[in-house]
Design a protein around this ligand. Sequence first.
Ligand SMILES: NC(=O)c1ccc[n+]([C@@H]2O[C@H](COP(=O)([O-])OP(=O)(O)OC[C@H]3O[C@@H](n4cnc5c(N)ncnc54)[C@H](O)[C@@H]3O)[C@@H](O)[C@H]2O)c1
Length: 349
Amino acid sequence: MSAPFRVALSGDFRKADGSPVYPDFDLEPLRQAANVEFAYLEPRNPVEADQLADFDALILLAHRFTKDSIHPNGRLAVVARFGVGYDTVDVEACTRAGIALVITPDGTRRPVAVSINTFNLALAGRLMVKDRLTREGAAGFTRRGEYMGLGLVGRTLGSIGIGNIGAELFRLIKPFEMRLIAHDPYADAKLAAELGVELVGLEDVFRRSDFVSVSCPLTPETRHLLNADRLALMKPTAYLINTSRGPIVDQKALTKALKERSIAGAGLDVLEKEPPDVDDPILKLDNVIFAPHALCWTDQCFAGNGAADVRAVLDVQRGREPRVVVNRDVFETAVWRNRLLEFRKRFTV
Ligand SMILES: NC(=O)c1ccc[n+]([C@@H]2O[C@H](COP(=O)([O-])OP(=O)(O)OC[C@H]3O[C@@H](n4cnc5c(N)ncnc54)[C@H](O)[C@@H]3O)[C@@H](O)[C@H]2O)c1
């Protein structure tokens, strides 16, 4: 009988007392799979190469995976990120070493799109202000007419990015009868048309939208994409929602715009610095709703990410290409192809 396929879970999946940080991540399919073993790593950030010498796969939460995390014995075949962001992983080093990098868009698509709509509806309805008014009793009730919400019918929702999450946002908002526009230089025009989304230039999203939502990745091209000039194009009644990555927005410029009320408000799941300093001026503003990069964290999100990662590592064990791989050019490398052949021989006869 051949040695089992060994799967490591990064140390941040486990609390100091040994219990799982996210119990909704169901490890049973790994436990049940034939010829598979798994173990938690000690929490080291970045993950260290020596920790991985005896593993074929790594399921990675938030710890970094750098070129120095790769053991020279060439055993590791796949890194499966728990989520869709992979700025914590050195992708080129993975490709050079014949390691596939998996992400889990199936797990995050619906939960993040729901988060954007949560902000959308809460901002439109002035939910947080009305919560505070109610707690003030009679004094609050007498002021409720000062906080009129924004009806959504015919209003414009604009997205920067219409990928996995951006498209789902548009699917979910359909019954609210908003106008839908998006800017995405790599958009699938057929999908946009099917969703009833008009593709427009970047500046038009800012000019025309009542809600601008950010759903593009953080890249050198998108860093500070939302700068003072672009924020200045937004209507004074418009809201900004960012659930993508903090540095896509120039936070100083946004703080100024919010303070001067040149835009109405914002819903921010992400900030340029996380966690923020408690005296960061943006935290003092009453026209912003915040979440600590966790608005999409639900039982179903974590179960979905876990299931997708487990499926991907079991695909590799059975000698199959996992479905959602960031560095698909790895499939062309001899080291990857030989590994898959070997896994197929060892585990699928
Ligand atoms: N807040 C959270 O917890 C959380 C969770 C998951 C994902 N995210 C963020 O959401 C982002 C989007 O996720 P996704 O699954 O939709 O990714 P995706 O790759 O499917 O979609 C991103 C879209 O952005 C587009 N894009 C790239 N550059 C652009 C640019 N310069 N301008 C406009 N659009 C551009 C791409 O063409 C693509 O269509 C991720 O990169 C991640 O940063 C956040």
